[in-house]
Design a protein. Structure first.
Length: 678
């Protein structure tokens, strides 16, 4: 706690200054949880937090703020505590704004060592009025330290950053420039790194002929020079590669789709839970963008150290993609080991250089639930001696032009062009071009016609250019006074160089009709066909959905729906059902539903639920769901929420399930207390 005490002392001195305008607040929060199930021992959790803030106005232009945050959480297997005091000194006037701040932190984790951190920051920004010749100016400097309390330290780092920001606003154009220097030193591995970054952006926009024509243009340039002093072990140095994380469950993992981003995979926290895989019925695909940098080793952390029976069940496949759109299998059965010291899989990804890479975690059905928390990418570099210096440089150019023409009051033409070029000394050069245009015609309030087309091209190094062409037409109009309709068709073609790979067609239709005053019907239909030119195969999917919604009496709403879908080579699926929601009063509401599906195996289920407001501060909900076929299963659940006062609340929930020769239950309780003093 020595680092924290060093900073708390000036906070206490500052907080007791006399004769000055001041304000302060204290917040205390406690949260207690309990969970018990038939399949595991009961679990208890505790969470406490204390937040103290004091603000002191030294003069009209100077102020001082101090804060202290403390948090303690306890679960069955781990206890975490952290305290972080901070102090901030602010000066404001007509010429500049100056902020001096310092923070310290102490973190205790019963599973790991005690970690401490410190940080200092200086920020100066101009406050004068900007005009064509006088820019906004900003300066900043930050320095931080972190270490653990072990005799042989695993964490002992020091880092600093400084920067300059300039901004000119001379209508109708704007110019922005920034320069940053970042340095870090890992005293454990004796690794050092330094990067210098220049970033400039110019943008302008103009309108002509009474805003019938508008043009916007932006140009962006970014260059980074990096120097890394790396430790060498057994003739190999590990160069870290910056990345962003993506992922979701896919089955099968290959094909045409985009993976969503998962920022938690690259936030530096190896203990948080980000993605989970259970068995090969739901394969987890974890992806990373490398911008064509060569990757040889991947570290994939788990939130807890796995036993040998679990990690030995895993195997890994490698996929690649040019733009997070089409994923192709590159290699099956990657070489991987599990490091129990650091709690991570260490996977050899064979030095691939792609824009996107992903590994698919495959485990047999007997493996237990596994959660992944972080990814790290490295490029192995052969070197001699104890350390080696690696230098790199990257450049990025980005251009964007947007044109809009109001040809007639009801006719508008829009077009956008963008170009992006990446050049790097450690990876191949890559560029992409995107052109999109649309023509919109709205002759009446009821009729809308839109014609659009676009071409996206990308290439890297000596590889063939990937190109996607899209053309679309959509029409919206009311065929009857009580019916709205929307019709559309889209053609998508993909090319690799001059080779035509696929053609895709999608036809869609939507109808919304007011049959009676309180009866609405909605129909959605689509037909999609994908022609694989290279494999001479055709896949198609047909789907439709119809819904009826009726407001029978005030507070009573009923709905009926039916769905149909058919994919090439698979049996069609038909399902339907109905639901009722009846709000009898402010205290009681009832919901009921029934669903049936016809496919390779017919399934049916029904449910009934009640929501009761016993008092203004107490609500109870009860539900019972029954799976009728293929096998009968009953599930009953209840939630009870009680806001005892403005400071204390309680939540209790439970569920019970039986059927198929087994039964299970779950009970959860939580009490929360919150108290604040100004």
């Amino acid at each position: 706690m020595k680092h924290v005490l060093r900073l708390i002392l000036p906070l206490l001195i500052a907080s007791n200054l006399c004769g000055l305008a001041r304000s302060e607040s204290l917040s205390l929060t406690g949260d207690w949880g309990y969970q018990d199930t038939n399949s595991a021992t009961d679990q208890q959790s505790e969470n406490y937090s204390v937040d103290f803030v004091k603000h002191i106005n030294l003069t009209e232009a100077m102020s001082l703020s101090t804060t202290v945050n403390f948090n303690r959480s306890k679960q069955e297997t781990v206890t975490r505590e952290n305290i972080s005091p901070s102090i901030s000194y602010l000066v404001t006037n007509d010429l500049f704004v100056l902020n001096l701040s310092g923070t310290a932190g102490e973190e205790f984790n019963s599973k790991n060592s005690e970690n401490s951190s410190k940080a200092l920051a200086v920020n100066w920004a101009s406050a004068w009025k900007k005009d064509k010749w006088i820019p906004y100016v900003g300066l900043n400097y930050n320095q931080s330290w972190s270490e653990d309390d072990q005799e042989v330290k695993a964490i002992n780092t020091e880092s600093s950053s400084s920067g300059l920001n300039l901004a000119w606003d001379f209508f109708p154009s704007k110019l922005f420039y920034t320069y940053n220097i970042n340095e870090s030193h890992n005293k454990v591995t004796e690794g050092k790194s330094q990067s210098d970054t220049h970033f400039a952006r110019f943008n302008t926009e103009r309108s002509f002929l009474d805003e019938k024509i508008s043009v916007s243009f932006s140009q962006q340039y970014n260059t980074t020079t990096s120097k890394n002093r790396l430790a060498v072990s057994s003739g190999v140095a590990m160069l870290p590669i910056a990345t962003s994380g993506f992922g979701q469950e896919r089955n099968p993992p290959g094909g045409n789709y985009s993976l969503p981003t998962l920022p938690g995979l690259t936030d530096g926290d190896t203990t948080d839970s980000v993605v989970t895989t259970v068995d090969d019925a739901a394969l987890m695909q974890i992806a990373f963008r490398t911008n064509y940098q060569t990757v040889t080793t991947l570290y994939l952390y788990t939130d807890a150290v796995l036993p040998i029976a679990t990690y030995s069940a895993f195997s890994w496949d490698l996929y690649s993609s040019a733009g997070n759109l089409t994923w192709t299998l590159e290699q099956s059965g990657l070489t991987a080991t599990y490091n129990t010291t650091y709690g991570r899989f260490e996977i050899d990804v064979s030095g691939y250089s792609r824009n996107f890479l992903s590994v698919v975690a495959v485990s047999d059905a007997g493996a237990t639930l596994v959660t992944f928390s972080e990814i790290e990418l490295y490029q192995e570099i052969a070197a001699t001696g104890s350390t080696t210096l690696v230098q790199s440089r990257s450049e990025n150019h980005s251009t964007n032009v947007n044109l809009n023409f109001q040809l007639k009051p009801d006719l508008r033409l829009s077009s956008n062009f963008s170009y992006n070029l990446n050049e790097s000394s450690t990876s191949v050069s890559a560029n992409s071009t995107d052109v999109n245009s649309s023509l919109s015609w709205n002759p009446t309030n009821d009729l809308a016609v839109r014609l659009n087309g676009g071409v996206t091209s990308s290439s890297a190094g000596n590889s063939l250019e990937d190109q996607t062409r899209t053309y679309g037409l959509s029409v919206s109009f009311p065929p009857l006074p009580t019916v709205d309709s929307s019709w559309g068709v889209t053609l998508t073609e993909t090319y690799e160089g001059t080779h035509h790979l696929t053609s895709g067609y999608n036809y869609s239709m939507q109808l919304v009709a007011d049959i009676y005053e309180d009866l609405t019907a909605r129909f959605n239909g689509s037909f999609a066909q994908n022609d694989n030119i290279q494999e001479n195969s055709i896949d198609s999917t047909t789907s439709s959905q119809i819904n009826f919604t009726a407001r029978l009496v005030p507070g009573l709403v009923a709905g009926i729906s039916s769905n149909y879908s058919k994919t090439s080579g698979q049996q069609c699926t038909i399902d339907g059902g109905g639901n009722i929601h009846w709000r009898l009063s402010e205290m009681l509401s009832i919901t009921a539903n029934y669903a049936h599906a016809w496919a390779s195996t017919d399934t049916s289920s029904m449910g009934l639920g009640f929501n009761v407001a016993l008092t203004r501060n107490m609500q109870v909900s009860f539900s019972h769901n029954r799976s009728i076929s293929p096998e009968s299963t009953h599930t009953t659940s209840m939630d009870w929420k009680w806001t005892i006062s403005q400071y204390i609340s309680m939540l209790t929930s439970g569920s019970y399930q039986n059927g198929q020769g087994s039964e299970s239950w779950n009970v959860t309780g939580r009490l929360n207390a919150r108290f604040s003093v100004m």
